[in-house]
Ligand binder design. Structure first.
Ligand code: PLP
Length: 397
């Protein structure tokens, strides 16, 4: 008899489980489209030039590693505010945004979730149906009942926008609504600017609490375009949360660089909120790590590095778009009868391919092409060498 006798085996993380299966697969043509990671045309994880140059500068002036402040590097937090809200924006200038450095976008979401649980313990959380799997797990773990609002409509190959609005309208006051600011994961379908206006109106009218997940800024239409919805929320005069991730946009997955920003009524309120966010951090991991945030701060705050980053991010975005176009053409060329043009209407790293679970299992087992059972494929893992094989395999299933 041990203290842990009754501890059950937790289910495997679906994506990580897929990776393990991929690594064990002996098929020489295997392709992993299950991941949520951008690879370059050689199938490699990029190490951005802007990151290398920032690291070189840091190495040339090495610094001792004392503890950071609980809320992180000040220059980093202010760079995040400038990027997400605009340096000259009213909420930043008036000091009513509380921003803390976080362990990736996930860390930003969790600090926000823990804080929300303290100020409104009875609230429930709504996530999109479907959503990034960790949204449900993370908010549940923070103690919330998590439900969904309609989002993807398989029959329509798009968004069930009426359903989405109705779902929000039916939510009780105080409900936390998690919204993908851009590049919806897993479907690749974003709502239009006009639809955002309606969502914002509804969320405000029903006194819901918007929580924007901004994990793919720059992967859709551009840095400003992808962040535009933040400005719309500011203009609506609501309090809201934004989690930021630099995992993808800086290809710094393992450095865990992200942030949480909370837009408050005024500066005094922001100070109180910040003090509470700091308690969440202090009691979990005390204070954040230095390296990744230092790199990002240096890049964002140095004009030449910033320009280089925008160029490199633009190249990633463009390559994904080219893969989408190529996918549609090559699927047609491989004999797929159905019009797959919808793939180019999707945006960001992922595509809901419309393939069934059976087809995805066959792709995996017979061809070594790995995507999730829901039909999600990471377009950012396609390249000029594997795309023909992927298209031929899809055509066969
Ligand atoms: N939010 C969404 C929608 C994501 O897809 C991801 C990563 O896949 C994250 C948040 C978390 O990002 P990070 O790796 O920075 O924690």
């Amino acid at each position: 008899m041990s203290l842990f006798t009754a501890v059950e085996m937790a289910p495997r993380d679906p994506i990580l489980g897929l990776n393990e299966q991929f690594n064990a697969d002996a098929n020489p043509h295997k392709v992993n489209l299950g991941v949520g990671v951008y690879y370059d045309d050689d199938g490699k994880l990029p190490l951005l030039q802007c990151v290398q140059q920032a690291e070189k500068q840091m190495m040339e002036a090495p610094k001792a590693r004392g503890y950071l402040p609980i809320d992180g590097i000040a220059a980093y937090d202010s760079a995040v505010k400038s990027l997400v809200f605009g340096a000259e924006s009213e909420p930043v200038k008036s000091g009513r945004v509380a921003t803390v450095q976080a362990l990736g976008g996930t860390g930003g979401l969790k600090i926000g979730a823990d804080f929300l649980k303290r100020i409104n313990p009875g609230a429930k959380v709504l996530i999109s149906d479907p959503s990034w799997e960790n949204h449900r797990a993370l908010f549940s773990q923070a103690g919330f009942a998590v439900e969904t609002y309609p989002y993807y409509d398989a029959a329509r190959r798009g968004i069930d926008f009426e359903g989405m609005l109705a779902g929000l309208e039916a939510a009780p006051e105080g409900t936390v609504v998690v919204l993908h600011a851009c590049c919806h994961n897993p479907t690749g379908y974003d709502i239009s600017p006009e639809q955002w206006d309606k969502v914002i109106e509804t969320v405000k009218a029903h006194k819901l609490v918007p929580f924007l997940d901004l994990a793919y800024q720059g992967f859709g239409y551009g840095i400003a375009e992808d962040g535009a919805v933040v400005g719309k929320f500011v203009a609506s005069g609501q309090n809201f949360f934004v989690s930021t991730s630099f995992s993808k946009s800086f290809s710094l997955y393992g450095e865990r660089v992200g942030a949480l920003s909370v837009v408050c009524q005024d500066k005094e309120e922001a100070a109180r909120v910040l003090s509470q966010l700091k308690i969440m951090i202090r009691t979990n991991y005390s204070n954040p790590p230095i390296h990744g945030a230092m790199v990002v701060a240096l890049v964002l705050n140095t004009p030449e590095l910033r320009t280089l980053w925008e160029k490199e991010l633009g190249d990633m975005r463009l390559r994904i778009k080219q893969m989408r176009t190529a996918l549609v053409e090559k699927l047609k060329g491989a004999g797929v009868k159905e019009d797959m043009g919808f793939i180019t209407q999707q945006i960001g790293m992922f595509s809901y391919s419309g393939l069934t679970k059976d087809q995805m299992v066959r792709l995996r087992n017979e061809f070594g092409v790995y995507g999730t059972d829901t039909g999600r494929m990471c377009v950012a893992a396609l390249n000029s060498k594997n795309i023909d094989y992927v298209c031929a395999s899809i055509a066969k299933v």
